[in-house]
Each structure stands twice: as structure tokens, then as C-alpha cells.
Design a protein around this ligand. Sequence first.
Ligand SMILES: C[C@H](O)[C@H](O)[C@H]1CNC2=NC(N)=NC(=O)C2=N1
Length: 95
Amino acid sequence: MVEQLDEAQRAAALDRLGEWDYDEARDALTRRFLFADFSEAFAFMTRVALAAEKADHHPEWSNVWNRVDILLTTHDAGGLSQRDVDLARTIDALA
Ligand SMILES: C[C@H](O)[C@H](O)[C@H]1CNC2=NC(N)=NC(=O)C2=N1
């Protein structure tokens, strides 16, 4: 079972992640990625999809041309968990 992060753990995680914002309503991490064009954006999404499937942890996301909006939360935990923080780091490395 995955545990929801408490306030202190969440603050520490957000501090270290830097580029990610906190969505209070969803208890989630969010980040917008911008690319040169659709092809670059979709290539990124493909890399993330493979990593997400491998980790069995999946993003909520949308794409409009060169833009990819990502939201990470853990449905099983009812909010933000370490799995989201780990996936955020993985995604940053794939951008
Ligand atoms: C059964 C399976 O492990 C779960 O449904 C996983 C799959 N991917 C998931 N992804 C996310 N973001 N949150 C989850 O709680 C989650 N649960």
C-alpha cells in the first residue's frame, strides 16, 4: 500500500523538485512542458509512457501541439505519494 505524503514530506519534496507546482485541490504535482513542435512533444510522451508503464504509475496529462501538461497523484493513496515524486524525477530526466 502506498502512503499519502504528510505536509512536511510534501514541502520537502516540492523544495527539491523545483520545477513542479502543487495543486492543492487534487493533492498533486503539476508541470507544463513546452517543446519545439508536436513531434518533439509526442516523442517525450512516448518516453514517459514507457517509464510510467514500467513503474506501474501513470500520469494524468494532456497535449496541445508543442505543450504537454502533466498532473501526478496517487489514486490508491488518495493524494500525493512518494511514487509521484519518483515519477516526477524520472519525467524531468526524460524531457
Ligand atoms: C493496479 C495498479 O497498480 C494501480 O491501478 C496503479 C496504476 N497506476 C497508477 N497511477 C497513478 N497515478 N496512481 C495510481 O494510484 C495508480 N495505480
